[in-house]
Design a protein around this ligand. Structure first.
Ligand SMILES: Nc1ncnc2c1ncn2[C@@H]1O[C@H](COP(=O)(O)OP(=O)(O)OP(=O)(O)O)[C@@H](O)[C@H]1O
Ligand SMILES: [Mg+2]
Length: 326
């Protein structure tokens, strides 16, 4: 549905996107993740024709975005709803008028019925006449979503849509996006710096670091076997133990954490320490993560065992020396 090939973007002499390539499939939720200044919003703005680019291709349904202007560009933008961190709503107007705005702008008919349908979709039916400024953050973002969907766009672009919200409200907005992705078969592109959002919601992702691609592909696969580059971006909350070898194991929830530990201890008959373990949810799947520390001389035996057991695993290196080079 959206294909980007070797996208290059400069602001003046400064290059902010280097050879970015990605592919968004129809009906999926695609995440663009990275730290502040990585270029996430810039990629999004190249996608909907708000920013020119200096190299590469941005194709939406096979059409090069930079080739569009006038009415054809506006038609592309009409097909891409957008929501933002700061909502960009008319705060002094009521919920109904905010959602009706794009419909009035495009001279649509049947506005009352359409707005009511949208408010029902986002769970704000009872708030139609309330001023937006009096709503909570989560409710404001629901208004933003209803407005973005008013013209029935096949694509929804979200720029840090949950970054201003508390964790509980974030989850409820993510659930709503998940619902509308399924029920409307809406393609969603989500920009976020929150790794949790990507894991919870995105089928595929692009990870950016200072304008360069770190990873692109299926979310669960990337997190199960992250590249070295990606590991630098995704730090575990556990401090690895210096000395010995730290190994990160990943396994489907069907195999329980306890079971992995006891079986390994029994069959290898070695001492190892557990650095940390947790269950993480990716979309509808839950994966277990376990970090263990084993004596150096046992490392090969442990690796053999893990290979035999078909567990995903990785040797972790202490990354201080790299961090110092930044
Ligand atoms: N209009 C502009 N003029 C000049 N430089 C810009 C402009 N917009 C963005 N930049 C620069 O381009 C780079 C990428 O910015 P971008 O806003 O895409 O990052 P981001 O990943 O969305 O960051 P954040 O998480 O803070 O929103 C940054 O270094 C930024 O300073
Ligand atoms: Mg941004």
């Amino acid at each position: 549905m959206i294909t980007i090939e070797k996208l290059q973007k400069f602001y003046g002499a400064r290059q902010v996107l280097h050879d970015i390539s990605m592919h968004v499939k129809e009906g999926e939720i695609f995440g663009i993740v990275g730290h502040s200044g990585a270029g996430k919003s810039t990629v999004l703005r190249c996608m909907n024709g708000l920013e020119p680019y200096q190299g590469g291709k941005v194709l939406v349904n096979g059409v090069e975005v930079s080739s569009l202007d006038g009415i054809r560009l506006r038609t592309l933008q009409r097909g891409m709803g957008m929501i933002f961190q700061n909502f960009n709503l008319m705060m002094r107007k009521n919920v109904f008028d905010n959602v009706a705005f794009p419909l009035r702008l495009w001279g649509e008919e049947g506005i009352d019925a359409r707005v009511n349908e949208l408010l029902d979709l986002v769970g704000l039916t009872n708030r139609a006449r309330q001023r937006v400024q009096s709503l909570s953050g989560g409710q404001k973002q629901r208004v933003g979503i209803a407005r973005a969907l008013a013209l029935n766009p096949p694509i929804l672009l979200c720029d840090e849509a949950t970054s201003a919200l508390d964790p509980k409200t974030t989850m409820s907005i993510l659930d709503l996006l998940d619902d509308i992705n399924r029920s409307l078969r809406l393609t969603i592109v989500m920009v976020t710096h929150q790794m949790e959002v990507v894991k919870r919601l995105c089928h595929s992702l692009l990870m950016l670091d200072r304008g360069k691609m770190v990873a692109m592909g299926n979310t669960a696969e990337l997190f199960l076997s992250p590249t070295r580059e990606m590991r630098k971006m995704v730090t575990d909350e556990f401090a690895v133990i210096p000395g010995g070898v730290n190994i990160r194991l990943m396994f489907p929830k069907a195999i329980s954490l306890d079971c992995v530990i006891t079986r390994m201890a029994r069959s290898l008959d070695i001492d190892f320490s557990i650095v940390g373990g947790k269950l993480e949810r990716y979309l509808d799947d839950v994966f277990g993560f376990l970090i263990i520390n084993v004596p150096k001389e046992q490392k090969e035996r442990v690796f053999d065992y893990l290979e035999r057991e078909h567990l995903y695993w990785q040797e972790l290196d202490l990354m201080e020396e790299e961090a110092d080079n930044e």
